[in-house]
Design a binder for this molecule. Structure first.
Ligand code: HEC
Ligand code: HEC
Ligand code: HEC
Ligand code: HEC
Length: 214
């Protein structure tokens, strides 16, 4: 009986996690009727993805269904740092997909296939804006050479991410798995169900210490 109760509890916990983690009920669940959201179509994926006629203007934009920001020049991280080794570029790749909503210049409901009814732009607290000089740098090459040059970073090809593989495979983007982007820290789908849509927990700065050797 004890064993049965234990097994049942394990199964229930499993089912509970299946039902309530991930995208549903996260900040990216656009079906839950927040103040800015009168999405009546109940399409959870449709605001960002579409099976047809996708926006293909950005590399690494899987079946993308959202207009991109017209902002061409963001203010980049760097001027306030004397210790930065990386060369920071204008936002590219998946970061452009995030900024399509999070730089605050594009309406939330804005896809080739408009299939939701969302109001306005992201709220002030989620608006990173177009001045990224006070934000963790993104869209730059982070590889073993940078780690060596910096001295305070873990090499990407030989350091475990804590998520199954190495940093380069699990956290970096681009053809060479060496581009740092918004999604190097965030999980847009909330797969691991961690507050702040984080890729992994940042308790005791675990997320930061995955890459930074401090
Ligand atoms: C808020 C926007 C957003 C929503 C909502 C969203 N996605 Fe995504 N999705 C993205 C972005 C951005 C990427 C690019 C990869 C990344 O950033 O991690 C992506 C990548 C993907 C990929 C390819 C990479 C992977 O993770 O396998 C698949 C498949 C996918 N999404 C499926 C879905 C499905 C299914 C839904 C609905 C249940 C959904 N997405 C909802 C933004 C979204
Ligand atoms: C279709 C528009 C859209 C796209 C694309 C999008 N987001 Fe969001 N995101 C939102 C909205 C809307 C919210 C909730 C805003 C609010 O209420 O403050 C949000 C909230 C968030 C939050 C706050 C989570 C929380 O729990 O407080 C994070 C972090 C975030 N997004 C990261 C990202 C990242 C990283 C990407 C790209 C990989 C991305 N978003 C792509 C619309 C978007
Ligand atoms: C180096 C890691 C890292 C990178 C890169 C990163 N973020 Fe975050 N972000 C965080 C952490 C950590 C938080 C705080 C999460 C929490 O505790 O709720 C956060 C919070 C947020 C929030 C919630 C509002 C706020 O300001 O606290 C949004 C929205 C957000 N990030 C969007 C983005 C976008 C868009 C990008 C790319 C332009 C990005 N992030 C890049 C680590 C990162
Ligand atoms: C996926 C890897 C990764 C994660 C996770 C990460 N960083 Fe970084 N971070 C980097 C890289 C690479 C640089 C560029 C360092 C350089 O070129 O000097 C950087 C730059 C920085 C800088 C600026 C350094 C300078 O010299 O100007 C600070 C500060 C920083 N990160 C703090 C954090 C914090 C705090 C967190 C956790 C919220 C975090 N990082 C998470 C990879 C990461």
């Amino acid at each position: 009986m004890k064993k049965f109760t234990f097994t049942l509890t394990v199964i229930l916990i499993f089912l509970f996690n299946q039902g309530f983690s991930q995208l549903a009920t996260s900040a990216h669940d656009f079906t839950n009727g927040d103040a800015w959201n009168t999405n009546t179509s109940n399409k959870m994926c449709g605001v960002c993805h579409t099976p047809h006629n996708a926006n293909t203007s950005v590399a690494e934009a899987p079946l993308w269904n959202h207009a991109l920001s017209a902002v061409a020049t963001y203010t980049l991280y760097g001027t306030g740092s004397a210790t930065l080794d990386a060369t920071i570029n204008q936002p590219s790749s998946v970061s452009k997909l995030c900024l399509a909503c999070h730089d605050g210049t594009v309406a939330l409901d804005n896809g080739p296939l408009s299939n939701a009814t969302m109001i306005g732009t992201v709220s002030a607290s989620s608006n990173v804006g177009t001045d990224l000089s006070g934000d963790h740098p993104i869209s730059f090459t982070y590889n073993d050479a940078l780690a060596t040059a910096d001295g305070g970073l873990h090499p990407t090809t030989t350091t475990v991410s804590g998520m199954g593989g190495m940093i380069n495979a699990d956290m970096l983007f681009g053809a060479g798995n060496d581009q740092m982007e918004c999604s190097s820290c965030h999980d847009v789908h909330n797969s691991a169900n961690i507050a702040g849509l984080l890729l992994k927990t940042n308790t005791n700065s675990e997320l930061c210490l995955t890459c930074h050797d401090k």
